[in-house]
Design a protein around this ligand. Structure first.
Ligand SMILES: Cc1cc2nc3c(=O)[nH]c(=O)nc-3n(C[C@H](O)[C@H](O)[C@H](O)COP(=O)(O)OP(=O)(O)OC[C@H]3O[C@@H](n4cnc5c(N)ncnc54)[C@H](O)[C@@H]3O)c2cc1C
Ligand code: SF4
Length: 470
């Protein structure tokens, strides 16, 4: 397969062959384990009595159990052991930042490489698919109660998964024409094959979940309208989709595209040509996805501006490694201060050098501008990818308590908001975080919604939701 054909798998056209040569192909990025490698890796697990990996996993998956079953050759049982707590194993095994979560806590990692938990989880799911196994249990007999789920990202999918399996009638309302939230419009296809997201929705539909796209709750219809239409409870899983601005002069010029807006446009099929020279601002995974996507849409001089050093980058090391392999340079200790342009279009970015001062509240050393160190970079486009906020359109017309960070305030155990029939989870509550955290909170919310619909106590016995390791 030539590089162009390989890249077609990513759905992104590559215009320069020289760039295509250095971009990792879909297959290279996503290659999984074969049976023997999986078995050997599973043998490395020490089956710790107090498994640290479970503490590091936001979902608290019983990792030692599924690894044990895998090495005993009971792969189907291993899958069901994982699926007990993880509603999106095919997704999490591919995109979780394992080095900060389960693998970061694995005891093996103290003196060498941690057990490759993500790859083992992925092997189990891939084996199920390859062997034509059923990935979901049968759904319960439908009940009368109806739940409206706003947002079709990992949080919405997970709530629908648990409630539909308990027999509740669920409808997901999604403002975009496509489903999956950031799984589809944020995370690029070369990291997460779209067939996986499609399969999740197929499974939900088979379980009776209705999905309505192109409807923005709070604008086209309010939460109160949903209640009046007979929904007994509502779940808010609207994520964090508004890009944070740099707040510098020139940010309104043509050629400035903010991170998640840029990715959404590419991921929904827009053919964007940014020009050859692209500067991405930020040090997280979103910045890296923007830079690697820009390479795939034909820009050949892409680099990242980051105001701290590589050691402070919040992105996973694996992602930084892929980025550098693909030829994207990271300009450390530098930040943009002004975007210059002519006739309404950017042509240069004025930057300043930074140095690191004392540690701030995040524990990372604070970047400080070095006076008089300004320099110019010629560019065709700039993609600020410094963070996202939540959009509160959904709650228009209803007074729901918000935190000082502009996220939905919820009871930490039950995920109930200040309005008793409304629950929330995922990025809408946590700010931009991870798939696994959204999945875990959504599972807590689904448990609460079920109890609410049955008129049961939302809190009783809930400590069982916490991880118990003896
Ligand atoms: C570029 C990028 C890369 C990422 N990479 C990773 C990664 O590698 N690993 C990882 O674990 N996490 C990653 N994340 C984070 C992860 O995608 C999110 O934490 C996760 O998707 C949050 O799930 P959610 O369901 O809360 O929200 P979302 O996935 O954001 O879904 C919310 C949905 O609600 C819809 N919506 C919003 N408002 C309304 C409304 N008023 N009415 C109807 N629908 C509405 C939105 O259109 C969206 O579809 C990444 C995020 C981005 C942006
Ligand atoms: S911490 Fe590592 S070695 Fe211990 S049970 Fe978990 S995966 Fe196995």
């Amino acid at each position: 397969m030539n590089p162009k054909e390989r890249m077609a798998l990513d759905r992104h056209p590559v215009k320069e062959l020289a760039v295509a040569e250095r971009i990792k192909s879909f297959d290279e990025v996503t290659a999984g384990y074969d049976a023997e490698t999986a078995r050997m890796e599973a043998e490395r697990c020490l089956q710790c009595k107090k498994p640290k990996c479970r503490e590091g996993c936001p979902i608290h998956n019983d990792i030692p159990r599924f690894i044990r079953l895998l090495r005993e050759g009971k792969i189907e049982e291993a899958y069901w052991a994982d699926r007990e707590t993880n509603s999106l194993p095919a997704v999490c095994s591919r995109v979780c930042p394992h080095e900060f979560q389960c693998e970061g806590y694995c005891i093996r990692g103290k003196k060498g490489k941690p057990v490759a938990i993500g790859m083992l989880e992925r092997y189990i799911v891939d084996w199920m698919v390859a062997n034509g196994k059923n990935l979901l249990k049968t759904c319960a007999i439908p009940k009368e109660k109806k739940v409206a789920i706003v947002g079709s990202g990992p949080a919405g999918i997970s709530v629908a998964f648990y409630l539909a399996h308990a027999g509740y009638r669920c409808t997901i309302f999604e403002s975009l024409p496509v489903t999956g939230g950031m799984l589809r419009v944020g995370i690029p296809a070369y990291r997460l094959p779209r067939t996986i997201i499609g399969a999740e929705f197929e499974a939900l539909k088979n379980c009776g979940v209705d999905v309505v796209t192109n409807i923005t709750i709070g604008r086209d219809k309010s939460l109160n309208d949903l209640k009046a239409e007979g929904y007994d409870a509502v779940f808010i899983g609207v994520g964090a989709h508004d890009s944070r601005k740099l707040g510098i002069d020139g940010e309104d010029l043509d050629g400035v595209l903010h991170g998640v807006d840029y990715l959404r446009r590419v991921n929904t099929g827009e053919d964007l040509d940014l020009g050859p020279r692209v500067v991405v601002v930020g040090g997280g995974n979103v910045a890296i996805d923007c830079a690697r996507t820009a390479l795939r849409t034909g820009s050949d001089q892409v680099f990242i501006l980051y105001r701290r050093t590589k050691a402070e980058m919040p992105a996973s090391q694996a992602e930084v490694h892929h980025l550098e392999e693909e030829g994207v340079k990271v300009e450390m200790l530098a930040a943009p201060v002004k975007i210059h342009g002519e006739n309404g279009r950017l042509d240069k970015i004025e930057c300043v050098r930074m140095e690191l001062g004392e540690a701030d509240s995040s524990g990372r050393r604070r970047p400080l501008e070095i006076a008089g160190s300004n320099f110019m970079i010629e560019a065709d486009a700039i993609i600020p990818a410094i963070s996202q906020r939540i959009n509160v359109t959904v709650s228009q017309g209803l007074d729901i308590a918000m935190s000082r960070w502009g996220t939905f305030e919820v009871d930490e155990l039950t995920q109930q908001t200040s309005v008793e029939w409304i629950f929330a989870a995922g990025d809408a509550v946590l700010g931009p975080q991870t798939v696994a955290k959204a999945v875990h909170q959504a599972r807590m919310a689904a448990e609460s919604i079920g109890r609410f619909l049955e008129g049961r106590d939302l809190r009783e016995g809930r400590e069982e939701d916490e991880i118990v390791i003896d």
